[in-house]
Design a protein around this ligand. Sequence first.
Ligand code: SAH
Length: 226
Amino acid sequence: MTDILKEYGLDENKIKAFAAYGDLLVRWNEKMNLTSITEEKEIARRHFIDSLSPLSYGDFKGKSVIDVGTGAGFPGIPMKIAENTIRLTLVDSLNKRISFLQAVVAALGLKDVSCIHGRAEELGRTDLRESFDFALSRAVAALPVLAELCLPFVKVGGYFIAMKGPDPKEETALAESAISKLGGKTEDIKTIVTADYTHTLIFIYKKSPTPSNLPRPFAKIKKNPL
Ligand code: SAH
């Protein structure tokens, strides 16, 4: 794992933090379902390095970031380790995962991270609404649904970055009307090619406030995407 992280250009302290995170992930994964990837090098490539990709395309220094449906902490925790001025909020609807994340934050001594147990569509109606520079999400839902879960959290002038597979064009086209109703506009798609995978980052700019009737309850979002 260490050589892969070194190759990426991380310093020794950050590499140590990633190694500790990897150990906790493997250990806790024996007791609860956190990831299907258990081999060290694969964890480094497919979870850690993949999670860092947004950092290459934006200035995250001192910015507030919410990771929606973070699971075992991806992409939020790796981004925070690499750029420690990020003010991070991690959200997941499964409380067991939140317990794991709290253990990681304590073990690594990460500051300015809050781990919140809840459903995104409900939290998007609390004071978390329109309070983040960035919302990020990886592997949670198809874009028309995901946009309604994530865009309400973003301040006007901020971005929602969806981390997607190799060919998100059709998904993005299907989500266009939802994105626009939520106050967003798709601005850019970046493609990341490695020896192991091709992934994309969809950058959605928040250009106007999300209307107060959104987000809707999950059953409605799912049954009838905007
Ligand atoms: N982002 C992580 C986890 C993906 S699995 C990764 O890339 O590895 C999807 C996660 O989203 C699960 O942990 C699930 O509990 C959470 N989730 C699904 N719907 C959600 C919702 N509406 N609100 C909050 N979390 C949700």
